[in-house]
Design a protein around this ligand. Sequence first.
Ligand SMILES: [Zn+2]
Length: 335
Amino acid sequence: MNIKLKLLSLLFASGALVAAQDLRIWAIDVEGGKSTLYVSPSGESMLIDTGYAGNNERDSKRIVAAAAAAGIKRIDYLVITHYHGDHAGGVPQLAARVPIGKIFDHGDSFEKSNQKTQAVFQPFAALREKYPHATLHPGDTVPIKGLTVEVVAGAGDAIRTPLSGAGQANPLCSTYEALKPDPGENAHSLAMIITFGKLRIADLGDLYWNQEHDLACPVNKVGVVDLYMTTHHGTATSGSPQMVHALHPKVAIMNNGADKGGSIKALKTIHSSSGLQDLWQLHFSNEGGKEYNTSEAFIANPSEENDGGYAIEVTARKDGTFTVRNDRNRYEKTY
Ligand SMILES: [Zn+2]
């Protein structure tokens, strides 16, 4: 590649130098829901969840803004982890705005008698019939070029054998205490480990405490990661020490709202994870207060009065290094 082409292949994004061979991630603020955009250097994209419906199409607009910032015109792979309104609610509004290549999910709804869930699931189920779509099972992959996306849990099942390089003993398993079983959607959430060169990311959707145990014990079946996209918004019924400490992340990004997720229990677990350098949050957690929230520079939306809907961006390189950036204050840090 000549020097001119090489320069052209570099994009300047508000100070951060982004190369065409980098993976880019947007943890989009959907106010306590989940929507995370992965854009591979191949140009292909994967969106995990779509946030909520309603709110004057707030969440689909924010996803479209992130896609525009990424320079993509379509979502190649839409992965819906489960059928709660904060994850699948926004699908019809998004589909009206952006072409979608293929839809993946965990299969049928596990909350058949829950009207609130059915109000989300039924429109989604009707919509997915109009697209190429498939059910993902543990052991499957999402075929986005340039990334390896391995499904490690879904519909209540987990991988039986450890991923390549995983299978380490987990000394915390002896202190594990199960919670009351969850028959609903969270226990059946899709969970994924994403690999890009030397970089590993855990994105486990809203996987429930007891199902995390199936991945973390008696041995750690998923291995260690660099980046942990916090499970279930930092709710107290996910993010067990057995799982989080086994993941041993350098950085965690929490998709919490001011009063959704961001529990003291989950925050404590993350802060006490050895090897953790920083926690980034989409919102200041009211429950966490001064003591448990991360420093304000690392919070995209610290104030409810002035909520700008800012995202947290990640630019990752194949050598395993990555830069996290707060879209509000442009504060960034490389790991
Ligand atoms: Zn959720």
